[in-house]
Design a protein around this ligand. Structure first.
Ligand code: MF3
Ligand code: CO
Length: 255
């Protein structure tokens, strides 16, 4: 069996995806500004949904495989897919990862970041910095002629050189008219392995990095993904277009 084809986007489609991701980042800015001790993660979901709808976009996570909310809010040992709740309250010292996606004019945007709340443990702060650097290293590899393995290797190498581990149970992905398209974009790999990157591909690159081991367990809610050892995790995500001149991070022009 051959692998499913990786859809290529035209310049016009990439412009729409840039708009979609601009909306995602405007929403994430509003959410991040509201992350403070005492705030519930449900309040963050309310902000995300309101800021999305008032821009005329559709929150794409809600109803996706039965996911019940518009935003994912993943605190401390939660890696990804934390479900907003009125019972989950943000505290001083937390690492809070927020992940959001939209559909806009038939195309998807998807992005995430991790914010720190007040005084944070130095090791946890370093985890956030290194995870963000992993995303930069991945973007540096994103150009025609490099491979998905080059991206994964860049993330894995930088995380492991800093004494951290990368999650293997969840991966980044192609993105376009659907949130998840081929190829899978792991946060590990060997240089030169995997599909070659071509102009017009758009990838959601999303390093998920752990302070301790990379073992994962899922809560009884079927979504919340935690580290087995209870140590911290961080997550950043950009939707990135492969252009003739290299990577174009979507939605972030002028920042
Ligand atoms: N950014 C995540 C992803 O790429 C979020 C999906 S959450 C879901 O998979 F609920 F929509 F699945
Ligand atoms: Co994603």
């Amino acid at each position: 069996m051959s692998k499913p084809a990786i859809p290529l986007k035209t310049g016009a489609e990439i412009e729409i995806m840039d708009e979609a991701n601009r909306i995602v980042w405007e929403v994430l800015d509003a959410v991040a500004a509201a992350v403070k001790p005492g705030v519930t993660t449900q309040a963050l979901d309310d902000i995300a949904e309101r800021e999305c709808l008032r821009r005329g976009a559709v929150p794409s996570f809600k109803g996706y495989s039965g996911y019940p909310k518009s935003l994912c809010v993943s605190i401390n040992d939660v890696i990804v897919h934390g479900i907003p709740s009125v019972r989950a309250i943000i505290r001083e010292g937390d690492l809070v990862s927020v992940d959001f996606g939209v559909t806009w004019r038939g195309y998807c945007g998807d992005a995430a970041l991790t914010v720190t709340v007040g005084e944070v443990d130095p090791g946890a702060r370093r985890l956030v910095t290194v995870t963000r650097e992993c995303l930069d290293r991945a973007v540096e590899q994103t150009r025609p002629g490099s491979t998905v393995g080059d991206i994964g290797n860049a993330v894995q190498t930088h995380a492991e050189e800093n004494g951290f581990s990368v999650i293997r149970d969840f991966v980044g992905h192609g993105i376009g008219t659907r949130m998840h398209e081929p190829p899978q974009v792991p946060n590990f790999g060997r240089p030169g392995d995997g599909p070659e990157l071509l102009e017009g591909m758009v990838l959601a690159i999303e390093p998920m990095v752990c302070e301790g081991g990379n073992g994962v367990s899922i809560d009884d809610d079927g979504w919340t993904a935690r580290t087995n050892d209870g140590k911290m995790a961080a997550h950043f995500e950009f939707s990135v277009a492969v252009t003739s001149s290299g990577a174009r991070i979507l939605g972030l022009a002028g920042r």
